[in-house]
Design a protein around this ligand. Structure first.
Ligand code: FAD
Length: 479
């Protein structure tokens, strides 16, 4: 640990960006850190089923090194994976566990991540992954599902069932370094780590909710006011509010937007053989035609210890544009847990439901054969940047205000290490590094084709107001 740094640092948001930043600030010698969140995570334990609606509050998330030719994220994953393995080992030793944890808990399962589709030849992204991982020295970690030598390697490594886990053959690449993070447990473990390092947490819908910034006479941010009207002064305020960040920081216009993915959970009875069939020892996390537009964009997971099997759809990501105080529309997250809307958004878009059901019927027909229904559905809010890179930078014109967001559907895996980079930016360290450059404050260059089109507003085709929603829960009709 480096020398003591007593200045007060405020982090708003205890999702993965906030938690990781808190841990790395404390490790870097900061002794006066407060994390605020409107979610009472010590009570709700990051559980969606108990009222948590952040992207990080989930049962599981994919971990993959497979990033095509985007080697900055490949390297970042390889660094994160070391910590995921270490965290599992620490938990197994049982020395300093959060309440409710036991040494048999795991925050990472190395069950592999299969990126596949109904392809006749391997897509460019998957080819690039194989080449880039080989070039980085990770030999034979990326296994092509129809290559005899790779099938042999899968057999040797214990990944053979994960190469072709569906009832219909697919073509793709199994990333044997990857698997799943047990998201809620991983966040709780990170929260515990941060607390053990001396970080203060105010996790409360009132005392922990950010209400506004406090400015000095030069219009510089010098802290925040919370919903209980208390003032909290700080040398640096870091906004890490996930999908809520773009409406709290309008400076993010055209850079980030909150968009909704659709998720369903199926509950497999304890007595069913399918618990074994979909267990992480045999079944990988997967993406299916994930870059192939509205009829693709699927991903899924092995069954968890409660018997929950999760399938998600991101082929179309939806928006909830609402007019803000400045008269401009911005997409704001709405969920079944949103204050004032409790219980309202229990549906998912019809398109998402149709694509998920078609996939289940074709590739996982055993679920239907056993009469296993969709048990719960959820919309889960991404913070998309236009180019899928994160945003970790000072807010322009502000010395004491930073933003760490823009997870764009792939940041969870970096829970152990993303905070190091936030602290680097805060301390102006390594500002030329390709990561920090990719995550700087930016606008699309003129003529640049964005990966994600942002801010189409309430007239846009993806606006939830224009979208047909259906009740997916316990509906098992063929579409
Ligand atoms: C559907 C979906 C699937 C994904 N799948 C994967 C995956 O498989 N693998 C992967 O690596 N990544 C995945 N991601 C991305 C990953 O989950 C996110 O990038 C990451 O969790 C975002 O973390 P965050 O800290 O930015 O935001 P969040 O987790 O949303 O946390 C933001 C926090 O800010 C708090 N907050 C908001 N407003 C206020 C306020 N006014 N006052 C106080 N607190 C406030 C919220 O309560 C919340 O706790 C997925 C994302 C989504 C949406």
């Amino acid at each position: 640990m480096s020398s003591t740094k007593p200045e007060h640092i405020i982090i708003v948001g205890a999702g993965i960006f906030g938690l990781s930043t808190a841990i790395h600030l404390a490790r870097r010698g900061y002794t006066n850190i407060t994390v605020f969140d409107k979610q009472p995570y010590e009570k709700t334990l990051y559980s969606y089923l108990d009222g948590c609606d952040a992207a990080s509050a989930d049962i599981n998330k994919i971990i993959r090194s497979a990033y095509g030719s985007q080697t900055i994220y490949q390297e970042l994953t390889s660094d994160a994976l070391r910590s995921w393995h270490e965290w599992n080992q620490e938990i197994a030793r049982g020395a300093d566990l959060p309440p409710g944890f036991s040494p048999s808990d795991r925050v990472f399962f190395n069950c592999g991540n299969l990126s596949c589709g109904d392809y006749s030849s391997l897509p460019t992204f998957e080819r690039a992954t194989v080449e880039c991982m080989e070039a980085a020295g990770f030999k034979r970690t990326q296994l092509i599902t129809n290559e005899p030598a790779d099938l042999n390697a899968a057999e040797e490594k214990g990944f053979f069932p994960a190469m072709n886990p569906f009832s219909k053959k697919t073509l793709g690449v199994l990333d044997t370094t990857g698997g799943i993070a047990v998201a809620d447990k991983a966040c709780l473990y990170a929260l515990h780590k941060a607390k053990s390092l001396g970080v203060r947490f105010i996790l409360d819908p009132f005392n922990g909710a950010f209400a506004s910034f406090i400015y000095d006479l030069n219009s510089q941010v010098i802290g925040i006011r919370t919903a209980d009207n208390k003032k909290h002064l700080a040398g640096m305020t870091i906004m890490a509010c996930g999908g809520w960040t773009p409406s709290l920081l309008p400076e993010l216009d055209d850079l980030c937007e909150a968009t909704a993915g659709s998720v369903v959970l199926l509950k497999i009875p304890q007595s069913s053989q399918l618990r074994q069939r979909f267990s992480p020892s045999r079944f990988p996390s997967y993406t299916f035609k994930v870059r192939d537009g509205a009829e693709g964009g699927l991903y899924g997971f092995p069954v968890d210890e409660r018997g929950l099997l999760k399938i998600g759809y991101r082929g179309t990501k939806y928006t909830n544009p609402k007019v803000q105080k400045d008269g401009k529309e911005r997409s704001v997250p709405i969920t079944r847990w949103t204050t004032g809307n409790e219980g309202t958004l229990t549906q998912i878009p019809q398109q998402a439901h149709r694509v998920i059901r078609k996939f289940m019927d074709e590739y996982l027909p055993e679920l239907g054969q056993e009469g296993i229904n969709i048990w719960k559905s959820r919309v889960c809010w991404y913070t998309d940047s236009f180019d899928n890179h994160f945003v970790i930078d000072r807010v322009p014109g502000q010395k004491g205000l930073m933003c760490a967001t823009g997870g764009s559907g792939h940041a969870f895996k970096f829970l152990p290490n993303i905070g190091k980079w936030v602290v680097d930016v805060m301390e102006n360290i390594g500002m030329d590094s390709p990561c920090i450059q990719a995550w700087r404050w930016r606008k699309p260059a003129s003529g640049e084709e964005p990966t994600n089109t942002l801010m189409e507003g309430s007239n846009g085709a993806r606006s939830l107001g224009k979208t047909c929603l259906v009740t997916a829960e316990a509906a098992r009709s063929k579409i």
